[in-house]
Design a protein around this ligand. Structure first.
Ligand code: M6R
Length: 364
């Protein structure tokens, strides 16, 4: 079943252009360049608040969505990991949409949080990859991802498919709330349609990343930095590396470095910076300088403009295609997945079945 791939994780990383395209086909209508959601028996334009709950990588997809829902739809968003959400007695007011994100649709904490929100009268939306799962059955609005079965314990293709659905949902909410006109909607749809090609371009750096993995594998600690909607990608990159290579890694918001984590920096700590060029790029460049001044080794993942401006003096660089900010989180997921994968291969760990982990966490 792995075909020509060494591991399921590797196969699933490379499936992303196909499965993201497959997922997007159910959410965008190319004919009139609009976003289309499944039928629902409630009025989305009446939603006044979104509460997002998930675990692990699915939670990071939710963190990206928070930026999008706020920016495009001007909807207030609360987000938490399911194990905290359930027990903190969250305020759930009428008119709220509770959104649960899960590959398996069976994660115990997320499912319990869903039932809690349902009992509190919230409208329940779910983004799930397994259409027959408990979460799928209990939702008012089912938003499936079409990633196909994900076997590797480290989630990869489910994550980018979740982001594809959430981007479409953000645009749809924006349209419904009168925050996005037809021309803007068409523009978003066109950018979404370009995603699979951009994912392919990112995958084209596989050999380079495999070579770079030898520089990262000896590290004891690795830091990941990102800003805005790419900040959750830093968290995701760190989680992937921890899970499969057992190297200690942390993700931080770039601007948060100087508030503590910079104390960790020395020649032995690689810092992976995820920074597409754009209005906030300058700020990230100054964060990189702070790292460099302390001997830190930087791997900069950016587009041609970003690398031209700040690539010099880095330990390594990886060039991503220049894409619309809305699809950058999907594209930047690829290099962090590949880096974790290749570092694990260098270390010889069990990529598909990492120690102590299960694919679906059905206990609390
Ligand atoms: O099936 P779910 O998406 O609900 O699973 C949530 C987490 O257990 C999962 O994302 C976990 O963090 C992965 N191993 C990450 O690679």
């Amino acid at each position: 079943e792995k075909g020509n791939y060494r591991h399921f994780m590797q196969k699933e990383i490379f499936e992303q252009p196909t499965v993201v395209a497959q997922t997007l086909r159910s959410y965008v209508r190319q004919i009139d360049q609009s976003v289309a959601l499944p039928q629902m028996d409630f009025d989305l334009s009446k939603i006044n608040r979104v509460t997002i709950v998930a675990c692990g990588t699915s939670y990071y997809a939710g963190l990206v969505a928070k930026y999008w829902f706020e920016q495009f739809a001007r909807l207030p968003v609360d987000i938490d990991v399911a194990s905290e959400f359930r027990y903190r007695d969250p305020v759930l007011e009428p008119g709220g949409l509770s959104l649960f994100i899960s590959q398996s649709g069976e994660t115990a904490d997320t499912l319990a949080a869903l039932r809690h929100c349902k009992a509190a009268g919230q409208t329940i939306a779910v983004v799930v990859n397994v259409p027959t799962s408990s979460m799928a059955r209990e939702a008012d609005l089912l938003l499936p991802t079409h990633a196909g079965p994900e076997i590797g314990v480290a989630s990869t293709k489910a994550f980018t498919c979740q982001l594809a659905v959430l981007a479409a949902l953000a645009a749809h909410l924006a349209v419904k709330r009168g925050r996005m006109d037809r021309a803007e909607e068409a523009d978003v749809v066109n950018h979404l349609i370009e995603t699979p090609a951009a994912l392919n371009a990112a995958l084209g750096h596989d050999d380079e990343i495999a070579a770079m993995a030898h520089l990262i594998a000896p590290a004891r600690d690795v830091l990941y930095l990102g800003r805005g909607p790419d900040y959750p990608l830093a968290l995701e990159g760190a989680l992937k590396l921890k899970e499969i290579s057992y190297i200690h890694a942390e993700g931080y918001a770039s601007g948060e470095m100087k508030h503590g984590p910079i104390a960790l920096i020395d020649e032995a700590v690689p810092v992976i910076v995820l920074a597409p060029s754009g209005p906030l790029f300058e700020k990230t460049v100054s964060n990189m300088q702070e790292v460099r001044a302390r001997g830190g080794k930087i791997v900069l993942i950016s587009d041609a403009d970003g690398l031209a401006e700040a690539g010099e003096g880095c330990l390594a660089t990886i060039e991503m295609p220049k894409v619309h900010p809305l699809i950058a989180p999907l594209v930047y997921a690829v290099p962090v997945q590949l880096l974790a994968y290749h570092v694990a291969c260098v270390k010889g760990t069990d990529v598909d079945q990492p120690r102590n982990l299960a694919k679906s966490v059905t206990v609390e």
